[in-house]
Design a protein around this ligand. Structure first.
Ligand SMILES: [Zn+2]
Length: 755
């Protein structure tokens, strides 16, 4: 899981007047939901986590195979038709790792997470996967180090104005703010030789709360492992577009076409980073660059050379996706897909077993209903993925293997990944906004006993625990959107940090991510301390939020599987499209105003007059930002809004018509195609695997509005930005047309019935 995805709630209030086809229509449906919710057991969830994280679960670990078999056996025992699908992927593991400061005093980084008193798992040292970044090149570099804050685009601009460059240096940055592979890519583009990423206590250490084992926050030795793939495509770095099976053609490890990082990199604990940061010279870092270590953060190369060495041994390993089905009846070809990954960086009690255990408990109770005679109208597919942490590999390879079938039949993909204490933080496809709102109204928050919808609404409207760094809600959304959201929960765009990634960006399958946890403690994130001993104290004590996660997802699956007409609506789609276009315009406006400000400072001679001679500032070059014409996007947005209104009118008119199953299936097929129509034919420029016009990541796996245009704006490629506007607008027109096709199908069916 990537922790950096935007998590925000907008005004959400108890919904009135939104009735979808998925609402329980008779006593039996309501009773079935009630039974489902009651039977979900917190104790079971705890026992799955304990048994499945007894040893490390990373791909290739001996216990990972055992856990795959345990998962398969459970599904089978619970009445599911289950099997394992395997893929073969490269798994480079380091044989040599070194980070040292050569002078003035020699310091050798530990690169190791020692045992912690009271945590027996932390003593299973020989089984742990050592701290490293996967999918980078070997390297042996000796150079001065330079601190660049989080290592984001703006940080490099600020660095240049401070008269510094990373060319020929080892860059050291804090973790957070963006996908770490994007950071490595940016450092390489700026001429750095290598990169170190450390966890500053400000983000997840003692600044946030007491360190483990006293509290749950990161210890001085905790290291955030991770993948550093460059985000040109997700999944196995060597097999874009095709499943990594025996017959797949593989790119070479040194091919420029793959997604392996271009410069070597290693992660550090803050205990290991501090001596390196202390060796920096030069001016004091800007306020926003300072972390929480007891040192002066500086922006100037280290006096001493830093030596970084990493050598990998590349091996192919097998990964195992466990895929289980309950066959549907009336609409049996259509599929509701639910998944969660099973692999951790080491034990992975929180990431991913907080979500994986909830998914298993859902499967157990759904299996009980099935054994009791219930048959879902749609086929339900449960997927336990492997190798998510390395780059959403197990899920991406599976999507590539089953692409045609998914595009024809998948009505939605539901994902969780990490879940825990706090409010519901739903993300996903806006066409399911009303569906999720109703769902949230029917689930009870275990701590407060109000509905999880009510809790989410209070969180948005009257937060008494604002989090450091959280942004004010809804700042960039228009008044009409904010008004509409008073009655609805807001689904943030799905983001890219977990297994829904390929479903959304490549296959155009609607996604719904129902996890909890704005009060999550992420202090063990990607460390060896994310184990059962940590989890039962600090992750989700008594597994209460595991239980509510299983409840909301099980009811979501039940409703999606048994609905006649799919519970989709498109007024939220129109709003979310409008939001994306607004975000894009805001992005352009912010780049333009920053450039105007900078140009003016240069023209007025501010850099000569105001410079502190001890900390000289360098005038940036004058730049021009040409006007961009967004009108094609505006027109397309209006077209989606009108199409959504026509669909709502047709739905209201058809409300009393009793459609045949065949007619409903036709309408559903048109509805599914609305999500597919987000895909641009041929994919995004230079990244053809990414096809979703609005919900693909930026080129650095960051969140960028309308990425084909947004990336060009961020990279100041103005001609590209202008050329992409009509192309993106064309995709939006396709969305409007697909909604109109659904309307036509619905009218046709209702008309036929009336005759
Ligand atoms: Zn995860």
């Amino acid at each position: 899981m990537q922790p950096d995805r935007a998590v925000s709630f907008l005004l959400a209030a108890f919904i009135t007047g939104v009735v979808s086809a998925a609402t329980p229509t008779d006593v039996t449906d309501t009773q079935r939901e009630q039974t489902l919710k009651e039977r979900i057991s917190a104790a079971n969830i705890g026992s799955y986590i304990e048994s499945m994280t007894a040893h490390p679960t990373f791909p290739g670990a001996p216990f990972a195979r055992t856990v795959a078999q345990m998962t398969l056996a459970k599904f089978k025992a619970w009445g599911w038709d289950a099997k394992i699908e395997t893929f073969t992927i490269p798994f480079p593991r380091p044989t040599e790792r070194a980070v040292e400061l050569l002078t003035p005093q020699k310091f050798v980084a530990k690169l190791h997470e020692p045992a912690v008193p009271g945590d027996p798992y932390s003593e299973q040292q020989s089984e742990h996967l050592e701290p490293f970044f996967i999918y980078g090149p070997d390297g042996d570099v000796t150079a001065p180090a330079l601190y660049v804050n989080f290592g984001l685009r703006d940080d490099y601009e600020q660095l240049a104005s401070l008269g510094q460059s990373v060319k020929g240096k080892i860059v050291i940055v804090r973790a957070g703010g963006m996908w770490r592979g994007g950071k490595v890519q940016l450092a390489a583009e700026h001429g750095a030789l290598a990169m170190l990423i450390y966890s500053d206590p400000k983000e997840d250490g003692y600044y946030r709360g007491p360190a483990y084992p006293e509290g749950g926050w990161r210890t001085p030795d905790g290291v955030q492992r991770g993948s550093i793939l460059y985000g040109k495509f997700p999944g196995d770095p060597l097999t874009p577009f095709v499943a990594a099976d025996a017959k797949a053609k593989r790119l070479a490890i040194n091919s420029p076409e793959n997604t392996v990082a271009r410069i070597p990199a290693l992660p550090l604990s803050f205990a290991d980073a501090q001596p390196i940061l202390e060796s920096m010279q030069g001016g004091v870092a800007p306020e926003s660059w300072r972390g929480a270590l007891p040192i002066t953060y500086r922006v100037g190369a280290s006096s001493a050379a830093v030596h970084l060495k990493i050598k990998y041994q590349w091996k192919n390993i097998e990964i195992r996706d466990v895929v289980a089905r309950l066959a549907g009846t009336t609409f049996g070809k259509e599929e509701v897909v639910r998944g969660n990954h099973r692999d951790g960086w080491v034990f992975g009690a929180q990431d991913p077993h907080s979500g994986h255990s909830a998914m298993l408990e859902e499967a157990r109770v759904l299996g009980e209903l099935y054994k009791g005679g219930w048959r879902p109208k749609r086929t339900i597919v449960y997927c336990s993925w492997e190798a998510e942490e390395q780059g959403v590999i197990g899920s991406t390879e599976w999507v590539e293997a089953h692409l045609a079938e998914l595009q024809k039949n998948a009505v939605a993909y539901l994902n969780t990944d990490v879940t825990g204490p706090g409010s519901l933080r739903p993300t996903g496809s806006s066409s399911y906004t009303a569906f999720v709102t109703e769902l949230a109204a029917s689930i009870t928050d275990p701590n407060s006993n109000v509905s999880v919808l009510k809790r989410a609404q209070l969180k948005a409207e009257a937060d008494i625990y604002p989090r450091p760094g959280s942004t004010a809600m809804g700042m960039s959304l228009g008044a009409a959107t904010l008004d509409a959201l008073k009655n609805l929960i807001h689904l943030d765009p799905p983001g890219y940090g977990s297994d829904h990634h390929a479903f959304v960006s490549h296959a155009g399958v609607a996604t719904v991510n129902l996890a909890f946890g704005d009060d999550l403690n992420m202090g063990s994130y990607h460390t060896a301390y994310d184990d059962y001993a940590w989890y039962e104290r600090f992750g989700d004590p008594q597994f209460k939020y595991g239980r509510v996660t299983a409840q909301i997802n099980a009811v979501a699956v039940l409703r999606l599987a048994d609905a006649d007409m799919l519970p989709m609506e498109f007024t939220a789609t129109a709003r979310s499209t409008d939001d994306e276009v607004t975000h894009l315009k805001n992005l352009y406006a912010s780049v333009k105003s920053a450039t105007d400000r900078s140009n003016r400072a240069v023209e007025l001679g501010a850099y000569q007059v105001l410079t502190d001679p001890t900390q000289p500032r360098v005038a940036p070059p004058l730049k021009t930002v040409p006007p961009l014409d967004f009108s094609a996007l505006d027109q397309a947005t209006v077209a989606i809004k009108s199409a959504a209104d026509r669909f709502e009118a047709a739905k209201a008119a058809a409300a009393s018509a009793h459609l045949t199953d065949a007619q409903i299936a036709n309408v559903n097929s048109a509805l599914m195609n609305v999500e597919r129509s987000y895909l641009r034919k041929g994919g995004l420029p230079e990244r053809p695997h990414y096809r979703n016009e609005l919900f693909s990541p930026g080129r650095l796996w960051d969140t960028v509005p309308v990425p084909a245009i947004g990336d060009a704006i961020l990279d100041e490629q103005w001609a590209v930005a202008q050329a992409q506007i009509p192309l993106a607008a064309q995709t939006l027109e396709h969305i409007a047309a697909a909604i109109d096709t659904s309307t036509a199908e619905l009218k046709k069916a209702a008309g036929e019935r009336r005759r």
